[in-house]
Design a protein around this ligand. Structure first.
Ligand code: NAD
Length: 357
């Protein structure tokens, strides 16, 4: 059995809520990492975890990631996440989601939910029957729906800043982009890049998803394991985390990595390994923060698409700031992003300490 408090201590987690509802079969965990900057906002992930410890580790890791994402993006949000243990295809019911909604409500707004792997905007509309502390609510229920287009827009903007550093020009024209996963976000990444003249190579486990990008954007399709070795300007992981690891790094033939997947680096030191290989890495939680930016707009009251995209486009300057810091302090871009996110939180904590004496 995992010792919980030493882990919470190490990364300074604020709160963990274990949620059990026998009637609906809900078993869930809500983790709140840090609320220095505002209420903790993070998605509700639903997955058939093989054992409880896997769910616990996942929710803790993801909640902490949200703190960094909100901080570096200049948002007034803290970091939190929740996981529902169970197969979303067979175990997701209205009853279960509403039970989850009541647990979210019991936190009084300290945690605000959103969609994530295994949940969608319709599920968020169901949760909204029980609590106002939820985002990504489906259009039919009066919300803005899935924020994937905003996430993808941020990925594109981040790519352009990275290209500027790598090649001196931020144009996507004629650049080759290798996209792993063309689901909700990856599809829009392909679309935005195609619109600016990029050539797309992609892979996915879904034939349908592949056919769509091949038909619409002339994307070249490769086998799942061949995507890493594609000779390209940008490798864009938009499916799963942990893909930049000891086995994959030697295969990479790209100049830049920028995708929507969370936790792209299998281990922290892989940021440095990429740097030594001459690959410019766009820190995942900064590059993929467009969806969270839309969520903050929703919390503030109104989502206006153009205003969201205008705010998301600020990722460009933030990526350049990360690159600048990495050079100045002779560290990887991943480390530089962490430092910028931590410095902002520390500053606000200090101000709060002065206020409260
Ligand atoms: P999605 O499920 O819609 O798309 C993922 C795609 O990847 C699917 O088409 C799936 O078939 C494919 N895939 C899965 N395993 C694969 C593999 N091994 N090789 C190739 N393709 C594979 O998910 P999404 O909403 O597009 O999110 C993509 C990633 O971005 C996830 O890691 C998610 O956590 C992250 N993310 C998404 C958002 C958002 O706004 N949706 C925001 C931040 C981060």
């Amino acid at each position: 059995m995992m010792e919980i408090f030493p882990f919470l201590n190490e990364y300074n987690y604020q709160q963990l809520l274990f949620c059990n509802d026998n009637g609906s079969g809900l078993k869930a965990i809500i983790a709140i990492h840090d609320t220095t900057l505002g209420p903790a906002l993070g998605g509700v992930r639903m997955m058939a975890y093989p054992f409880e410890e896997a769910a616990l580790k996942d929710v803790l890791r993801l909640a902490r990631g949200m703190t960094y994402k909100a901080s570096i993006s200049g948002l007034d949000l803290g970091g939190g996440k929740s996981v529902i243990i169970g197969d979303p295809n067979s175990k997701k019911t209205e009853d279960l989601l509403r039970a989850m909604g009541r647990f979210i409500h019991s936190l009084g707004g300290k945690y605000i939910a959103g969609q994530d792997v295994g949940t969608n905007s319709q599920d968020m509309a169901t949760i909204a029957q029980e609590t106002p502390f939820v985002t990504c609510v489906h259009e039919v229920a009066g919300g803005p729906g899935d924020p994937s287009f905003a996430t993808a827009y941020g990925v594109k903007v981040g790519m352009k800043a990275l290209l500027k550093e790598a090649f001196g020009s931020d144009s996507l024209d004629n650049r080759r982009i290798a996209i792993q996963g063309v689901g909700n976000v990856g599809y829009y990444v392909a679309k935005y890049c195609h619109e600016e003249g990029a050539k797309i190579t992609t892979t996915d486990v879904s034939e349908r998803a592949l056919r769509r990008v091949s038909d619409e954007f002339g994307a070249e399709i490769v086998d799942q394991h061949d995507i890493y070795g594609v000779n390209c300007d940008i490798f864009s992981p938009c499916a799963i985390g942990g893909v930049v690891n000891d086995e994959i790094i030697p295969k990479l033939k790209c100049s830049v990595i920028a995708g929507s997947a969370n936790n792209v680096l299998a281990k922290d030191h892989h940021g440095l390994v990429l740097q030594r290989k001459g690959i410019l890495y766009g820190p995942d939680y900064l590059i993929n923060s467009g969806g969270l930016i839309q969520c903050q707009e929703e919390v503030l009251g109104e989502v206006i698409r153009n205003r969201v995209l205008e705010k998301v486009s600020r990722i460009y300057d933030q990526v350049l700031a990360v690159i600048h810091k990495a050079k100045e302090e002779k560290i990887s871009t991943a480390e530089a992003a962490d430092r910028i996110a931590e410095e902002r939180i520390r500053k606000i904590q200090n101000i709060k300490r002065i206020w409260t004496g």
